[in-house]
Design a protein around this ligand. Structure first.
Ligand SMILES: [Zn+2]
Length: 293
């Protein structure tokens, strides 16, 4: 089964549903970032959450999910868009609490922190945040929806581990009341999610529509079905822009010491070397801008 996002409606009950499967994406991210099992578990949940938020139809733009916490994992960041591209990083990748993964994830988050969502819609940025209370990404995401969104929402994230693979299966499901829907339909889905319906389906390896039917009932009409993948938009050009931010003085120091700049992308670990000649070009351009400026 490939990673994907399924968006659709339950017209008779006035519900919108979004399902994501990001198992391959999360396993690739685990390798990229060298994540130990507990860091990987939390990052898998965050990738599923980011993909769900990115797929909400009103946005269209980018969505960032950010967690700051005082536990060993420190925090994490996920960047997602409506086209199924996700990427991100974990502040401390090498966290592992053996035993129950959910309990380990709870311990890794610590005792306090924030979950915030930043949306970029048509160049306008909107941020809303909640304190981490449940110290569980799924539960605190539910609190975020309750605090930030005007519509009744049910959401859950499932990470299933198996033997030495902490990310055997990673899924997420979100249901929202449509303007003509009623809250009791969302309530019913929330009840099944609370009873572990998403996790049970993920553990059995259920396909997307099978999972949606099990958790939400019959009558799903698929609107869109898109691939999800870990994709990064970094480039040598962006690395040069990042180096420009050092200013003429900072670039002068790099030229005097290292003679070249190495920029590592925090999302995909790609390394870009900005050569001595390129640094001199950038410094000349910046100096000209400062002189004219
Ligand atoms: Zn990158």
């Amino acid at each position: 089964m490939a990673d994907k996002i399924c968006r659709g409606l339950f017209p008779s009950r006035g519900l919108r549903a979004v399902y994501v499967r990001v198992g391959d994406t999360a396993r690739m991210a685990r390798v990229l970032h060298g994540l130990y099992p507990t860091s990987a578990h939390l990052f898998g949940e965050a990738l599923a959450a980011g993909a769900l938020l990115g797929a909400l139809p009103k946005d269209g733009g980018r969505v960032n999910l950010q967690v700051e916490c005082d536990g060993p994992v420190g925090g994490l960041f996920v960047d997602a868009d409506g086209a199924g591209n996700v990427r991100g990083y974990v502040r401390h990748p090498r966290v592992n609490f053996p035993g129950d993964p959910a309990r380990g994830a709870h311990a890794a988050l610590g005792g306090s922190g924030f979950l915030s969502v930043l949306r970029d819609v048509g160049g306008q940025r909107y941020r809303s945040a909640v304190e981490l209370r449940a110290l569980s990404l799924a539960a605190d995401l539910r609190r975020w929806f309750a605090a930030s969104e005007q519509v009744a929402t049910g959401v859950d994230l499932a990470v299933v581990s198996r033997a030495d693979e902490p990310l055997h299966e990673v899924t997420g499901l979100l249901v929202q009341r449509l303007p003509d829907g009623d809250d009791s339909a969302v309530e019913a889905v929330r009840g099944r999610l609370a009873a572990g319906a998403l996790r049970d389906a993920a553990a059995r390896g259920a396909a997307a529509q099978e999972t949606i039917a099990e958790v939400c009932g019959d009558g799903f009409e698929l609107l869109a079905d898109a691939e999800v993948a870990y994709r990064c938009g970094c480039s040598a050009e962006r690395a040069r822009v990042a180096v420009s931010a050092l200013g003429t003085e900072g670039i002068g120091e790099v030229l005097a010491n290292e003679r070249e700049a190495v920029v590592t992308c925090e999302f995909c670990r790609a390394r870009y070397v900005v050569s001595e000649g390129e640094l001199e070009d950038i410094a000349r351009r910046l100096a000209a801008q400062e002189a004219s400026g």
